[in-house]
Design a protein around this ligand. Structure first.
Ligand code: PLP
Length: 472
């Protein structure tokens, strides 16, 4: 059987998977015990004997998909992973089969070109000066970017860039040992993880307090910086959230930018989740001031319907990104004439996959204005759900939502919120998450797909009520 007929069969299976998911009467999640999955799929047998093709392959894929979490399911309100647009999956398939690796232009001219276009698309939405094919037309405020494998990697790369600017000879001499970061207490853990990876150390994280909505309190910044300096540390940057992972609220970026300008401090904005709202005329005001940042991360695999992973690090001044790391490998780096650019200088990876192509295929199919409407719909659904839950006497919301993330709790103790979620997962009708916010346990909804409606939220609340009733 040819490759293309395999693809045709698999695409029919995927279509059926998609159609049944939309109806919502199949489980949204199937956390079967791993031993049961091993018995069902028998992967070791296939590894030993081969032959997983044609009919056997179809059967295997059917069984494999039983254990997939259904992101297009009306009851999916779980983690920030996109229910993908099929065009993104097609793009991924094309790149996977052609193996359009890039990094150096000569290996993937088409993929490099699409990444260059998608970086510029993001830069345009931020309001930064895009890269120009004619280097002579670029100024020292030309921005740049690169796609990497996820928001955590993008934050890590951002810290590499920031550290190099603060300590120009770091590449040879290593960390001076007194570097420190100012990080809001609602930040994603990948920021402090990156500090750990880079040897800056967890103790060098100076936590910036946030208010009851999870937003940085600007008046507290001076004291945090002063403490850091009194401790003999060198501040590398202030990081900001747009929006934060827990409750989806946005830091006041203009005020943080004012502070950073005053102290000549690098401002890094984690827009992994929220930056996609830049394409919405209605919601881009949430990110007012983002253009004053020095670096930004933006994940397309969260709010832009793009298959994982597809995240960008964007830097206001191109040379900061291009000079952050040193590379020596004569088989890659040498004098050459070529009709395009290499991305390899900007990344940790050597072989680099065509991440931005997936976003390109999605946007090219959907069109930007429909994508903007999708984002607006998800944000509005969070507000409608908030209005509904807020009127229920036995529930309370954590904050007024500013994005598509909504946290609430039943008026009972923390343990009940956790056991309620566990029971919901057992019932397999809804997939939601939990989060600790300001010392309390909340149930957390992230409205990711177009198939969830207010009715589903109403049904979820009734289901939770019943579950809690069985505990009493
Ligand atoms: C604000 C924020 N930053 C970074 C990340 C990490 O992104 P990824 O899961 O793609 O590594 C997340 C993920 O939830 C996030 O919400």
């Amino acid at each position: 059987m040819s490759f293309l007929s395999e693809v045709k069969n698999i695409s029919e299976i995927l279509q059926a998977f998609h159609d049944t998911t939309l109806q919502g009467d199949v489980p949204v999640i199937n956390q079967a015990p791993m031993q049961d999955i091993l018995d069902d799929l028998n992967p070791v047998q296939w590894l030993n004997h081969g032959g997983l093709q044609a009919e056997e392959l179809n059967g295997f894929v059917h069984r494999y998909l039983k254990y997939a979490t259904r992101l297009h399911h009306p009851g999916y309100m779980g983690h920030q992973c996109a229910p993908v647009h099929p065009a993104g999956a097609v793009g991924a398939l094309i790149d996977a089969y052609a193996n359009t690796v890039m990094g150096i232009y000569e290996m993937g001219p088409g993929a490099t070109t699409l990444e260059w276009v998608m970086v510029n698309w993001m830069l345009k939405h931020i309001g930064w000066l895009p890269q120009n094919l004619n280097k002579n037309s670029e100024s020292n405020v030309t921005a740049a970017g690169v796609f990497v494998n996820g928001g955590s990697m993008a934050n890590l790369l951002a810290l590499i860039v920031i550290r190099k600017q603060a300590v120009p000879d770091i590449w040879n001499h290593g960390n001076p040992g007194n570097l420190a970061l100012m990080v809001p207490d609602e930040s994603h853990y990948s920021i402090s993880k990156s500090a750990g990876i880079l040897g800056i150390g967890q103790q060098a994280i100076y936590t910036v307090p946030t208010d009851q909505d999870g937003k940085v309190i600007p008046s507290k910044l001076e004291a945090v910086l002063q403490q850091l300096i009194d401790d003999g540390k060198q501040p590398l940057a202030l990081t900001a959230n747009a929006c934060c992972t827990s409750v989806g609220t946005h830091d006041p970026l203009h005020k943080l930018a004012d502070f950073c300008e005053k102290h000549q401090l690098w401002l890094h904005v984690d827009g992994a989740h929220g930056a996609s709202a830049l394409i919405s005329g209605k919601y881009r005001t949430q990110l007012a001031g983002i253009e004053r940042a020095d670096s930004i991360i933006w994940d397309a695999h969260k709010m832009l319907k793009t298959p994982s992973l597809c995240a960008a690090l964007l830097v206001k001044q191109k040379h900061h990104l291009e000079t952050a790391m040193h590379h020596e490998a004569s088989y890659l780096f040498h004098e050459k004439q070529q009709p395009g650019i290499d991305f390899i200088h900007r990344t940790i990876e050597c072989t680099k996959s065509a991440l931005a192509s997936k976003l390109f295929f999605v946007l090219a199919a959907e069109g930007e204005s429909i994508m903007a409407k999708y984002i607006e719909h998800q944000y509005q659904l969070a507000t409608k759900a908030y209005d509904y839950i807020n009127t229920q006497p036995d529930f309370v919301c954590a904050v007024t939502p500013e994005s598509n993330i909504l946290c609430f709790r039943h008026l009972s103790d923390d343990a009940t919120q956790l056991s309620t979620r566990a029971e919901l997962l057992m019932q397999k009708k809804f997939y939601i998450t939990t989060v600790r916010f300001k010392g309390k346990q909340y149930l957390r909804l992230v409205f990711m797909n177009e198939n969830s409606h207010l009715d589903d939220v109403v049904c979820l609340i009734e289901t939770i009520r019943k579950i809690v009733g069985t505990f009493q």
